[in-house]
Design a protein around this ligand. Structure first.
Ligand code: ATP
Length: 192
């Protein structure tokens, strides 16, 4: 019989260091399910239906998805966004569940779900533990600018997510990433 597998939901605001923590955990042999990656991986499966609903303009010359074209059409109105979600969400949910099941079948005791919108979407409820990576907003803006975003874009994206206090309140474990990467590494090592 397979033992119980602990599900850790890893989240944090944009630019907080989720991917950095996920990388540290993966280096320690813990499997990580990357929600952004899942959303990208189901695109080929969704493509025929997206084409039917949004038209041939969303397909690039090489047959792949033209993301900018889809975004223009799908975010033009709430009804269009609803149609996009109706296609993507079930595929994403299915693929995510398949990856959890695969980790369980492989016998892992712990799996990490790296999901930026974990608390925003209420998915923290399905986790055994919620880890939130926290960085003060002004430091996040600085790091996002260093990564190539404009200050305006960084602030706009941060404002589109739930607030830090609400996200942090959902945390079983709060990782403080205001310091150095070595500081963060020490916190992760103490936990996993
Ligand atoms: P996103 O939500 O945009 O995917 P994220 O939460 O996954 O972001 P990371 O990509 O891990 O965050 O980190 C954001 C940026 O900050 C990266 O460029 C990363 O290298 C840098 N960074 C992370 N931790 C630190 C730190 N302690 N000191 C300095 N820079 C850091």
């Amino acid at each position: 019989m397979l033992g119980y597998m602990k599900k850790i939901g890893l989240t944090g605001g944009i630019g907080s260091g989720k991917s950095t923590v996920a990388g540290m955990l993966a280096a320690r042999g813990i499997p990580v399910i990357d929600a952004d990656q899942v959303a990208r991986d189901v695109v080929p499966t969704a493509l025929p239906e997206l084409r039917v609903v949004f038209g041939p303009d969303i397909i690039a010359a090489d047959g792949s998805l033209d993301r900018a074209a889809l975004a223009r059409l799908a975010f033009a109105s709430p009804a269009a966004t609803e149609k996009l979600n109706a296609i993507m969400h079930p595929l994403i949910r299915e693929e995510t569940e398949r990856r959890f099941a695969a980790a369980q079948a492989a016998g892992y005791a712990t799996v990490v779900y790296d999901m930026p919108l974990l608390v925003d979407l209420g998915l923290d409820q399905g986790m055994d533990e919620v880890w939130v990576v926290h960085v003060d907003p002004e430091e996040r803006v600085r790091r996002l600018i260093r990564r190539g975003l404009s200050e305006e874009d960084a602030r706009r994206r941060m404002a589109a997510q739930i607030g830090d206090s609400q996200r942090n309140a959902a945390a079983d474990v709060l990782l403080d990433n205001n310091g150095t990467l070595a500081d963060l590494q020490r916190q992760v090592e103490a936990l996993a």
